[in-house]
Design a protein around this ligand. Structure first.
Ligand code: FES
Length: 574
């Protein structure tokens, strides 16, 4: 193999100084021989597997598979443990730690003699968190995800996680699922390691990143226990070594055109709103222009083709059986650019194949003709807000109603469970103070339907928040409202009874208040008393950006292309 420049790791190992000798001995003590005369790419395999995060648990085995592939291709594989970001158990939200994982990956890449990276991730923030760091480091990177868990069965039907939990919770609140059913549902829901098997954030993100060229074609959607998985991880190991020799760094993939492909893919999935946030952050790391409306524009011209829960009928297993990403992109036809590179370096045109199964709808009979996402502006959202139209109630897309405002999560939960609380079904439920600064931006945006209304059969209401929502959820939930309440955004100025108007056709979210009244309230506004933060939460809240910037940290973004350069460490005595 010929190459145009020395491997990055050679800076550590080449030469006869005591420093180079010390570095060679360090790896020799781990049983690894480095010969600078015959350099081999060193691939860091970033392993986030952990029993505390069952979504990522199968990645432990995939790491060994990928390492085998690296060695087969002549590289050196080093497995590097990272923090694990699991949605279910990590509080207040794994989103608070996305940037921490990105810093970990970037600094692993900077401080150690690595030539390329393999990211092992699955649960929602695992892939964007690690990829943000890899983008800043700009070392050749391949992602191996873990895949969705198998479906459980409950009362004769497959369970799509976590969509089934959202549905069961609604039924329990409405009184149509009794205690015995609730207990049976719990037993059925534990169906093994892997990610949510619906079009939640983990699946949406993995599919979009496959389209963008970070996962090998066809590898994002097989189930966690699919026998193809070990071979695909092994192939990813070989591909990572090739990417190093061919100098295919992440900026080769994350281009303006690549972002357009990612947005079109997300629109065709009717995927998770969280992906919009992650793409904004990724764009920010490479100084690419980003406006929230980019997703709206991509959605207008793109039919929803993935017939997968929560917006469709099937689970990820059927989407994979229909051909996965190569079939989805093939079906999109002239809406995508097939010359864009896939993760193996070949253009996508080399991998496209027709869909074969009902979970990928044909262009002429889509799940939805277009417009899966709407980006809203107005005096309630000067810097934007996002609604997944494809899982919202069609009768609520032009809605006017009085605000009922909750200023913290505990109050929201308590009042919505109060059998005396009856705001009326036209009310617009508002949660303020749950944005990036206020609370780390958890998935609190699916405000529960108050039990009084649930028992009367109400299943959806207009809900507004500066929080996020789970990709597996559904409902008319406007999320990512910016600027957020905690920094003085208009959401925090609302009072009970203010008339809210959501008009999706006009892309408008407004309150019937004049400028003078809003200005009067803004002048009187005082931030909530600062919580007693220390350590990472303090650093995060001090530096986190708003949703329109992907809620990344200001010191991690690249305001100009010059800021994307990666400063190498001094290679000397440690
Ligand atoms: Fe981990 Fe859904 S909770 S992928």
């Amino acid at each position: 193999m010929t190459f145009s420049k020395p491997l990055r790791s050679n800076a550590w190992f080449a030469g006869s100084t005591e420093v180079a000798l010390m570095h060679r001995v360090a790896l020799a003590n781990s049983g690894i021989t480095v010969d600078p005369a015959h350099p081999r790419p060193i691939i860091g395999i970033l392993d986030s597997s952990s029993a505390i995060n069952p979504c990522n648990l199968t990645l432990r085995a995939r790491g060994e598979d990928a390492a085998r592939g690296v060695r087969e291709a002549g590289g050196i594989a080093l497995i590097l443990p990272t923090i694990t970001l699991g949605e279910d158990l990590m509080k207040p939200t794994a989103m608070l730690y996305r940037a921490l994982l990105s810093i970990e990956v970037e600094e692993y890449a900077r401080a150690y003699p690595l030539d390329g990276l393999i990211i092992l991730g699955n649960c929602d923030k695992s892939l964007p968190g690690a990829l943000l760091g890899a983008l800043s480091a700009n070392l050749p990177t391949i992602i191996v995800n873990g895949g969705p868990r198998p479906a459980g069965r409950f009362r004769g039907a497959d369970l799509g996680t976590g969509t089934a939990l959202w549905r069961a919770t609604q039924q329990q609140r409405a009184g149509t699922l009794d205690a015995e059913g609730w207990a049976g549902f719990e037993r059925a829901l534990a169906c093994g390691p892997g990610s949510c098997n619906t079009m939640g954030t983990a699946s949406s993100m993995a599919i979009v990143l496959e389209a963008l060229g970070f996962l090998l074609p066809g590898s994002s959607t097989p189930a966690a226990d699919d026998p193809r998985r070990p071979g695909q991880a092994e192939a990813a190991g070989r591909a990572a070594v090739r990417a190093v020799w061919e100098e295919r760094t992440p900026d080769h993939y994350l281009t303006r055109e690549g972002l357009n492909l990612a947005l079109t893919t997300l629109a065709a999935l009717g995927g998770s709103t969280n992906v919009a946030l992650h793409l904004a952050a990724l764009a920010g790391r490479r100084a690419l222009d980003w406006e929230p409306e980019a997703l709206d524009e991509a959605s207008r011209g793109t039919p929803v083709l993935a017939d997968v829960e929560p917006g469709g009928r099937y689970l990820l297993a059927e989407f994979d059986a229909a051909g996965g990403v190569p079939a989805l992109l093939h079906t999109l036809g002239d809406l995508i650019d097939p010359t864009l590179p896939s993760a193996d370096g070949l253009p996508w045109s080399a991998h496209l194949r027709p869909a074969d199964g009902p979970a990928i709808a044909p262009r002429e009979a889509p799940v939805l003709a277009g417009g899966a996402f709407a980006v809203l502006r107005g005096n309630l959202a000067p810097r934007g807000a996002l609604l997944r139209v494809s899982t919202a109630g069609s009768d609520l897309l032009d809605h006017r109603g009085p605000a009922v405002v909750f200023r913290d999560y505990a109050t929201m939960v308590a009042r919505c469970a109060d059998p005396e609380f009856d705001p009326g079904e036209d009310a617009v439920l508002v949660l303020a103070g749950a944005g990036p600064v206020g609370a780390g931006m958890p998935e609190w945006g699916v405000i529960p339907i108050p039990v009084t209304l649930a028992r009367r059969g109400v299943t959806d209401m207009v809900r507004l928040s500066d929080a996020r929502m789970s990709g597996t959820a559904f409902g008319t939930c406007v999320v990512h409202i910016a600027p957020e309440a905690a920094i003085g955004g208009p959401l925090g100025l609302l009072l009970d009874g203010d008339m809210i108007h959501l008009d999706v056709a006009q892309r408008s979210l407004s309150v019937d208040l004049g400028e003078a009244e809003l200005a009067r309230r803004a002048a009187a506004w005082r931030p909530a008393s600062a919580p007693d933060l220390r350590g990472w939460p303090l650093l995060h809240s001090t530096h986190v950006l708003q949703a329109d910037r992907g809620a990344d940290l200001d010191f991690l973004t690249a305001p100009t292309p010059e800021h994307t350069s990666f400063r190498e460490p001094v290679i000397g005595l440690s």
